[in-house]
Design a protein around this ligand. Structure first.
Ligand code: HEC
Ligand code: HEC
Length: 267
């Protein structure tokens, strides 16, 4: 039989220790998991600016929503439905936030609001130029390297005419993502919240400028007519024949990177 009192004390001290740790980690967690879509005081991104959250929501509603936004939307919660509309139908993902973490983030947001502290960057606000789009394409395709060594987007994504024979398929096609995420896209790229990308990009983040240019490129492809990839297939076949090799797509992409950029049709 366990000793009820002793166990209670242990649980209490464990709880206190973890509250302390969580409070300390709340800002780091916010930066890692929320800042791609939210700021506190630097404006709306994909999701609303969380400044003044306590003035418009109850703590129960807000922490509950942080933990399981999907369930609020599924059951037609009026506030969540209104927010979803304002966000162009982009749903906040379920991020597996615990009650303790939600509470700590609530406090972080409230403290920052009261102190006038800004969390997050306003991003780059200048208008997109043709040079931004061209540079963004080079970065997306890996023909120009990201300053901190992040992998080319093309290794996991396709986007309309990007790449010689399309892109990787680990991630979704990004042709229409600009229309979906709008002006929040650059910050979603700068600090991605998508689990697969987070693993890669946490160690090699993009600069605000790089994210702005890639977003500018994706904005331009969302207006392109669908790419005609079928013309490229015979050329790929020919190269394979000449080489006399059965090569995987990834090897082919590496090996013929140089050839590819020469053959690449003008954008
Ligand atoms: C991929 C983008 C994305 C990420 C990442 C994200 N959110 Fe959201 N968030 C949204 C969107 C969009 C909404 C508006 C509701 C909707 O459309 O689902 C929202 C709404 C909210 C709201 C309600 C805001 C209000 O004004 O009532 C809170 C609170 C919130 N998010 C907290 C968080 C926290 C905390 C995190 C990190 C643990 C987080 N979000 C991560 C996109 C995101
Ligand atoms: C290692 C593979 C990988 C790389 C490299 C990568 N992504 Fe992703 N990306 C993914 C995956 C997988 C998803 C789907 C969400 C998830 O599972 O994380 C995704 C999701 C996205 C989304 C959200 C799409 C949507 O419809 O919600 C955007 C935007 C995005 N990536 C942009 C980029 C950009 C821009 C780059 C280059 C800077 C890039 N990604 C590089 C794997 C990658």
């Amino acid at each position: 039989m366990f000793n009820g009192k002793g166990r209670g004390r242990t649980l209490l001290s464990l709880a206190l220790v973890s509250v302390g740790l969580v409070a300390q980690d709340a800002e780091a967690q916010f930066k890692k998991q929320c800042m791609s879509c939210h700021t506190v005081g630097a404006g709306a991104k994909v999701g609303p600016d969380l400044k003044g959250l306590a003035e418009r929501r109850t703590k129960d509603w807000a922490t509950g929503f942080m933990m399981a936004p999907g369930s609020y939307l599924d059951r037609g919660d009026a506030t969540a439905t209104e927010l979803l509309k304002a966000a162009n139908g982009v749903k906040m993902p379920d991020l597996g936030i615990t009650a303790g973490e939600a509470e700590a983030i609530w406090k972080l947001v409230d403290d920052a609001t009261k102190a006038g502290k800004v969390i997050g960057s306003a991003g780059i606000a200048r208008p997109v130029t043709p040079a931004d789009i061209a540079n963004g394409r080079l970065l997306f395709e890996g023909r120009k390297h990201f300053a901190k060594g992040a992998p080319a987007c093309l290794s996991c994504h396709s986007a309309s005419s990007a790449g010689f024979a399309g892109g990787g398929s680990l991630g979704p096609d990004l042709t229409a993502v600009s229309g979906k995420m709008g002006k929040g896209l650059a910050s979603a790229i700068e600090t991605p919240a998508f689990p697969t990308m987070q693993n890669v990009f946490a160690k090699a983040p993009l600069t605000a400028e790089e994210a702005f240019q890639v977003a500018a490129f994706l904005g331009s492809v969302s207006k392109e007519p669908p790419a005609k990839k079928d013309i490229m297939l015979p050329i790929v076949g020919l190269i394979g024949l000449v080489g006399g090799l059965q090569i995987s797509r990834i090897v082919a992409r590496r090996r013929f990177k140089g050839v590819r950029s020469q053959l690449k049709p003008k954008a």
